[in-house]
Design a binder for this molecule. Structure first.
Ligand SMILES: Nc1ncnc2c1ncn2[C@@H]1O[C@H](COP(=O)(O)OP(=O)(O)O)[C@@H](O)[C@H]1O
Ligand SMILES: [Mg+2]
Length: 362
């Protein structure tokens, strides 16, 4: 985090009846930061976002915004604005009226109101669409209007609950880039809820990964992907090979392990605490295992047998048996060297960067 904390979440619990939806959450979100809450459906992302926005109160714990406790402060008196998962655009109002809707209670006067709406329209690249009726908009345009409706209130924090999940893949990816640009341009804090790991990785300054009402890890995207704190985080962020180690030793800032089929390996903890080394797991991402092609040599170099092959267009995923490892490992190679032509059943040679191994708490 680079700036002052804009949002501080301190020991926040939320209990519905006898169900603990959020359990002792702690996080600090910086001014101007793009922060994502990432986790599977039902893990508590929306519940936390609603409490930041004032639509619900924590059972215990405190949420501060700009250093001020938000306890008992209703949504309209918080420096936040929310783009809901199902953004309801008024179909009988035009785009201008939809965006101006929340401004009415501020009684700014017509001129100021028009200038704010025009600015919001420009921010979401809808200039000129003011007169279009709400029921004449495409999905992408509706999403932009919902965004403009929140931005026009000039919040210090924009809260976004899966704002892109209703869009099809191409439009979603385009909007991800635009939303990120917009956030950089206006410089306010964004808190984005998503269950899509690529969305979180590509857009965020930092990510909080949540499971079952708890935060498993808060870190920058690269750190979350390359150095997941737990097996659960590693699994949620895409493929990870979990390797059987005959011996794992954690020592200060590093670890050593003996991996059957690989030999002795070592790596770094990167600030991560391994509370129970006996339960620690060694992992490597599929794209960090590389094929050693004919005529090449490498150090280290191990051998394996291809047992299955899956073609994905730009990459091929090979399922490989390595002697001594109980589970098959997955290797992902781009198709420019012919990974898509390797016959199932063939023997291959594999290399890796020894730094690519990570240790996780099981
Ligand atoms: N008002 C409520 N009453 C009871 N249970 C709720 C309520 N709101 C959310 N929950 C439960 O809390 C858990 C977290 O929900 P939610 O925050 O919506 O998850 P997410 O947004 O991560 O999918 C779920 O099990 C959900 O059923
Ligand atoms: Mg949700």
């Amino acid at each position: 985090m680079t700036a002052l904390p804009m949002i501080e979440i301190k020991n926040v619990d939320k209990v519905f009846g006898n169900f603990r939806a959020l359990d002792t959450l702690n996080a600090s979100i910086g001014e101007g930061e793009f922060f994502s809450l990432l986790g599977p459906s039902g893990c508590g992302k929306t519940t936390l976002l609603r409490m930041i926005g004032g639509f619900d109160e924590p059972t215990s714990g405190t949420i501060l915004i700009g250093g001020k406790s938000m306890a008992g402060i209703p949504p309209n008196l918080r420096p936040t604005n929310m783009v809901f998962q199902s953004y309801a655009i008024f179909p009988h109002l035009n785009v201008f009226e939809n965006i101006a809707y929340g401004l009415k209670r501020l009684r700014l006067g017509r001129e100021e109101e028009e200038s704010r709406v025009s600015q919001a329209l420009a921010q979401v690249e809808l200039t000129g669409l003011g007169p279009r009726m709400g029921n004449q908009l495409s999905g992408g345009q509706r999403q932009r209007v919902a965004l403009a409706r929140a931005l026009v209130m000039r919040p210090k924090v924009l809260l976004l609950d899966e704002p892109l999940s209703a869009l099809d893949k191409n439009l979603r990816e385009q909007m991800q880039v635009e939303l990120r640009h917009l956030q950089r341009q206006i410089g306010i804090t964004f808190v984005l809820v998503t269950h899509d790991q690529y969305e979180a990785l590509s857009m965020s300054d930092r990510i909080a990964v949540m499971f079952s009402g708890q935060i498993a890890q808060i870190a920058e995207p690269k750190e979350i992907y390359q150095n997941p704190a737990t097996r659960q985080v590693a699994d949620f962020l895409g493929g990870m090979n979990f390797l059987t180690a005959s011996d794992v030793a954690v020592n200060g800032k590093g670890f050593k392990a003996a991996l059957p089929g690989f030999g002795a390996i070592s790596g770094h903890l990167s600030g991560k605490a391994i509370s129970d080394p006996a339960q620690a797991i060694i992992g490597i991402r599929p794209e960090r295992l590389r094929i050693v092609w004919e005529g090449e040599t490498a150090d280290p170099m191990i051998s394996g047998k291809v047992v299955d092959r899956n073609y994905f267009g730009e990459v091929t995923s090979l399922v490989v048996a390595i002697e001594g490892q109980a589970e098959h490992v997955s290797i992902v190679e781009t198709n420019d060297f012919g990974a898509d032509d390797i016959p199932v059943g063939s023997d291959i040679r594999i290399t890796y960067d020894p730094d690519a191994f990570v240790i996780m708490q099981g």
